[in-house]
Ligand binder design. Structure first.
Ligand SMILES: [Zn+2]
Length: 159
């Protein structure tokens, strides 16, 4: 059977054989993401949803859209929560972006250290630089939604 998996606004169709073993595997896979349920901050962050109602969109467009690169909406289109507390509110998000950059650097370094120990520092730096470039629009938006989640709390039935 085909199972649609939604990841970051892209829908993937994943094919599962309907044997017992694979059913178990897919079930475990589902349980693995229990912390990504609605109401958790991770849900709002990974899906770019309003930090307050987890329904409305946070961004003007896709993180990789040229027109709306990292643009945050004025307010939630579902609960009306304004996304900015003061002018220049999202300047603070650059500290989050910095942390994300460091996390990427450490992750790449650890990965190559464990799996490709003979790789030279040059290639490590090259991979980190390339990934930072490719992920820049995503990290730019991600840092803003993480930053917003520091200041806004989830309210389940705010209408
Ligand atoms: Zn909302």
């Amino acid at each position: 059977m085909f199972v649609s998996v939604k990841f970051f606004k892209f829908e993937f169709l994943v094919f599962f054989h309907s044997t017992k073993v694979n059913n178990c595997l897919s079930l475990n896979f589902k349980n693995l993401f229990f912390f990504m349920k609605k109401g958790t901050k991770l849900y709002s962050i990974m899906k770019f949803r309003c930090p307050v109602c987890h329904e409305g969109d946070f961004l003007e467009g896709h993180p990789y859209s040229i027109k709306h690169l990292g643009d945050v909406r004025q307010k939630c289109n579902s609960c009306g929560q304004p996304y900015s507390k003061e002018p220049g509110f999202y300047f603070g998000a650059m500290y989050v972006a910095y942390a994300l950059g460091v996390a990427l650097f450490v992750a790449v370094w650890l990965f190559t250290y464990l799996f490709f120990p003979s790789l030279s520092s040059f290639w490590n730096i090259f991979i980190v630089a390339l990934l930072s470039l490719l992920l820049a629009p995503y990290f730019f938006s991600l840092s803003k939604i993480i930053y917003a989640n520091f200041f806004f709390k989830y309210k389940s039935n705010k209408k």
